[in-house]
Design a protein around this ligand. Structure first.
Ligand code: ADP
Ligand code: CIR
Length: 338
């Protein structure tokens, strides 16, 4: 397999060389080890390359999933226990005005898998539609500031979709090659959609990479408001549907990089000087942050604005990760404004 100068993916690194034992192994959803690794096989440039076509894959193929998780998340799987604490948004500090001025927008999302269904690549056209209608029904019960409307991608015009993508509200249209070759886009766009409240600051993605992504976002730097709304939304959603949770790995998702809290808290922040000086990656890596471009993962920065978020999602509480991101962003801005 050719990687150029790149290191092999974690999947290739940890795939047990003795595959004999797995040749006849399937989970109850019919997942084989090949289903878990096919994205890595297609894309030798993957960092991780592994996907869980159903919740059982994490344990059925533990000799592969566990070391990949241990290395990516820097955790000891043996002793790992899922921990949760959403904390209290009221205790989040607002940034000084000159720091806040550098922040274009703030967003926090969590990923969830609905109990009883496999993840994206093992859903069929029918089970995906069944899952979509189950989620849609649950969402219709939300009230107050969370009340909103659901729309399937198949009911939207291209112009409508493009406008929502431009506003960073809707996901990109099936353009992640790693996810595609993991089987995540089968039957696209059937069964996919988006729920939005009236203020467009509470959004739920349905059947994109994960069954559910719960999102709170708004312009500006008020993490206090954004996190406060998301906590409310998480509690409300948990009363209308049940999510898969693992004793060690917390909330399970299609990609093992998202397990645990499933939480990504990000700001779109202007840090042109820091980026130019080459210190962006250094600061991000020392503060457990991940820089992305402003149109999502695997995209580029525009005008020195980066998407900066927590890289770790597991082994720590939600409250801890929210604060990790906030402390890291302050450090970046301290450097930017020095
Ligand atoms: P995810 O957060 O689900 O891992 P992506 O990195 O693909 O996925 O980002 C999804 C979308 O959310 C993209 O359109 C991205 O630009 C937008 N986004 C992420 N963070 C922010 C933010 N802080 N402000 C505005 N939009 C954001
Ligand atoms: C990869 O392994 O590179 C892709 N499957 C994406 C993994 C998730 N993202 C990431 O590590 N930044």
């Amino acid at each position: 397999m050719s990687h150029g100068s790149k290191k092999p993916s974690l999947t290739e690194k940890y795939l047990p060389k003795d595959l004999w034992k797995w040749l006849s192994v399937k989970t109850s959803f019919g997942t084989t080890v090949y289903d878990c690794v096919k994205s890595a096989l297609e894309h030798p440039d993957s960092n991780v390359g592994l996907y869980a076509p159903d919740p059982e894959a994490y344990d059925t193929f533990s000799e592969l999933f566990h070391p990949v998780i241990a290395e990516y998340h820097k955790v000891e799987v043996e002793t790992l226990k899922s921990i949760h604490d959403l904390g209290s948004a009221d205790n989040l500090e607002d940034l000084p005005q000159n720091y806040a001025d550098q922040i274009v927008s703030t967003r926090v999302r969590v990923g969830r898998t609905v109990k009883g269904f496999p993840m994206a690549s093992k859903l069929t056209r029918d089970t995906r539609l069944e899952l979509e209608s189950k989620i849609k029904e649950g969402l219709s019960k939300l009230d107050g500031e969370l009340a909103g409307t659901y729309k399937s991608l198949t009911e939207m015009t291209k112009a409508e979709k493009d406008a929502l993508i431009e506003e960073h509200i809707l996901y990109n249209d099936a353009d992640d090659k790693y996810l595609r070759d993991a089987g995540g886009y089968d039957d696209w766009p059937v069964g996919r959609g988006i729920f939005m409240n009236n203020d467009k600051n509470f959004i739920v993605w349905v059947n994109e990479e994960d069954h559910i992504r719960i999102i709170s976002m708004q312009k500006g730097a008020s993490l206090k408001q954004v996190w406060g709304r998301l906590v409310k939304a998480i509690h409300a959603m948990e009363t209308v549907m049940e999510f898969v949770r693992h004793d060690k790995f917390g909330y399970l998702t299609f990609c093992p990089t998202n397990i645990g809290t499933g939480l990504r808290a990000s700001v779109h922040v202007k840090v042109p000087k820091t980026a130019e000086s080459g210190k962006l990656n250094e600061i991000c890596s020392s503060m457990d942050l991940q820089p992305r471009g402003i149109h999502g993962e695997h995209t580029e920065s525009v005008g020195g604005v980066y998407d900066i978020s927590n890289k770790i999602r597991i082994g720590r509480t939600e409250w801890d990760l929210i604060n990790t991101m906030w402390v890291g962003v302050k450090k970046l801005l301290e450097n930017e404004l020095a």
